[in-house]
Write a protein that binds this ligand. Sequence first.
Ligand SMILES: [Zn+2]
Length: 326
Amino acid sequence: MKLRVMFLFFCLETILLQATEAIEGVQAIQLSEAIKGPSWGYYQGGIPPPFWSCLANSEMCAGTMQSPVNIETNDVVKNSHIRPFYFSGLWKTAGIKMELKNTGHGVKVEFPNTQPIIEGGGLPGPHKLLDFHFHWGGNSQRGSEHTINGHQFAMEAHFVFLPTTDGPKHFAAVIGVLIYAGSYNKNYEHIVSKLKDVKNIGDKAVLDSFPIMNLFPETTRCWYRYCGSLTTPPCTETVIWTVFEQSICMSEDQISEFRKLIGEPEIFTEGDNNIVDTFRPVQPLLQRKVSLSCPRRRKYYYEQYRLNTNEYGCINHGYGNRKCHD
Ligand SMILES: [Zn+2]
């Protein structure tokens, strides 16, 4: 512990010192080098979560609409006057290239050619799937970013969507799937079986095409919604969050394959620099409310949900008309 505190002082001091030198006009270029300096990390190495806001352009990590959060199911506001999601683009993925990549901080799947599109769910216009990635623990008692009634899951999958060029700008939409350790999940085997091909930083592997929808829970009718942020620096507060109410499972053997990945050695110092414990601790909700939406297609009338759609399904009690930041 003492060592970590010393390291923190050291890294903060380095940033400040080099920034001061740059401001003094010694060498302006040194500032950008200093900023690149120590990378953000979790709790093994790098700049840990409580200090992310001191990284360049990451002041928002100390903001008031941060993610992840703990969802208290007794405190959620029910809001079913919202458009259902349209996930047909996540079923039809034949011919769409999916590339698995070890980023050094984790593992993600990118879509270099065609990005599947979703609509509805209270999102302001259609959104395309930029990538999906995972967060996990060193054991299955921890690993997810969002928690439910204080319970942390073994893993969490994040599907990151951006507005299509035709749609409104500024907002990202992230869908979170909570994963617990349980029985074998054949739907995830497309990914798990390829993890050994991306063991080291920068490694890439092309996945066989499969419906991305299979990675979601069996029922996606109910989801939690709130306005929040990216859970890694720069922690930008432009994310419309969706966390499915239903969770899924993977077997211990499947989850342990993620823990075999090798990350940035200065960030992951345990074992063989294995990527583990890649979750940001929950952030205070403050004035925000989490809503729970379970819209039914049958009772779906445009006029009924129109007003609510303007709020993207984020319940903004407590902070007037303020939405996610632009
Ligand atoms: Zn994430």
